[in-house]
Design a protein around this ligand. Structure first.
Ligand code: ARG
Length: 273
């Protein structure tokens, strides 16, 4: 008799627990209902498309299997401040562009340069990093600048601003790969005469793997700014810009920057401290 009664209590409490869950819609009971400040994005989870082949902006930590990088920390902090959640999906950069243009992802973070052409199909946040593209050659190369690349084999990345620069402005034999490190490795092996890509990524590669073998040459060919990309018309753009501005102001941007670049950012990215 005593046993039966105990059983009943267990059944009853399970029923009660289930009923509570059903009403509250989220089982973790964080009671976020009603805290919606007039924006549907609050508390929502968005998929962030990224291409993890772009050090130090996004890359896979091979020990932990985790995504790391300046962009990753940046978007996580922005999401925190703006009140939404993010999960990451990795893909090739050109697939990312196509996927975003097709409206498949709300957010794209991939050291993406803001260009007029891309602005036709995507929305961008305010710029968060000033970049540009530069030529990399073996240290003993006779290529001094972009004027010397006609007829030469120059590597780049598919879908990047560097690939289109080469096609539009030079008569180089352009070899564009799905991963930029293929270009870098082929260059180091002597299969290419040069590579054209984003300044910070080229410099990072030279410092990590190419010391004494590879160097940059000539000027920065075009200034580019990176922005976070959004599906056209996304309601996240304003909140993102606000979060970014607050991170610059309170020094959080500078902290993340130092973590990945080992130095302070330029004055315009420094807050008032
Ligand atoms: N900044 C260049 C562009 O927008 C290259 C970006 C590549 N990014 C990446 N995550 N692989 O075209």
């Amino acid at each position: 008799m005593k046993k039966k009664f105990g059983f009943l209590i267990v059944v009853l409490s399970i029923m009660l627990a289930l009923a509570a869950c059903g009403k509250g819609e989220s089982a973790d009971g964080d009671g976020e209902k009603g805290s919606n400040g007039g924006n549907d994005s609050k508390g929502k989870t968005y998929t962030v498309a990224t291409d993890s082949n772009f050090k130090p902006f996004e890359y896979l930590n091979t020990d932990t299997g985790e995504l790391e990088g300046f962009d990753i920390d940046l978007i996580k902090e922005i999401a925190d401040r703006a009140g939404f959640k993010v999960e990451f999906e990795q893909m090739d950069f050109d697939g990312l562009l196509a996927g975003m243009q097709g409206g498949r992802y709300e957010i794209g973070v991939a050291g993406m340069s803001i260009t007029d052409e891309r602005k036709e199909t995507l929305d961008f946040s305010d710029p968060y990093y000033d970049s540009g593209i530069i030529l990399m050659v073996p240290t003993d190369s006779d290529i001094k600048s972009i004027d010397d690349v006609d007829g030469k084999k120059i590597g780049s990345r598919q879908g990047s601003t560097s690939e289109s620069y080469l096609n539009k402005n030079t008569k180089a034999q352009v070899e564009a790969y799905p991963e930029i490190v293929t270009a870098y490795m082929n260059l180091a092996k002597g299969k290419l005469d040069g590579a054209l890509y984003d300044v910070p990524n080229v410099q990072y590669y030279i410092a990590q793997e190419g010391k004494g073998k590879l160097k940059t040459t000539g000027d920065i060919l075009q200034g580019e700014s990176y922005g976070i990309a959004f599906k056209k018309g996304s309601e996240l753009v304003d909140d993102t810009n606000e979060a970014l501005a607050s991170m610059i102001k309170d020094g959080t941007y500078a902290e993340i920057y130092e973590k990945y670049f080992g130095e302070k950012p330029a004055d315009k990215w420094l807050g008032e401290e």
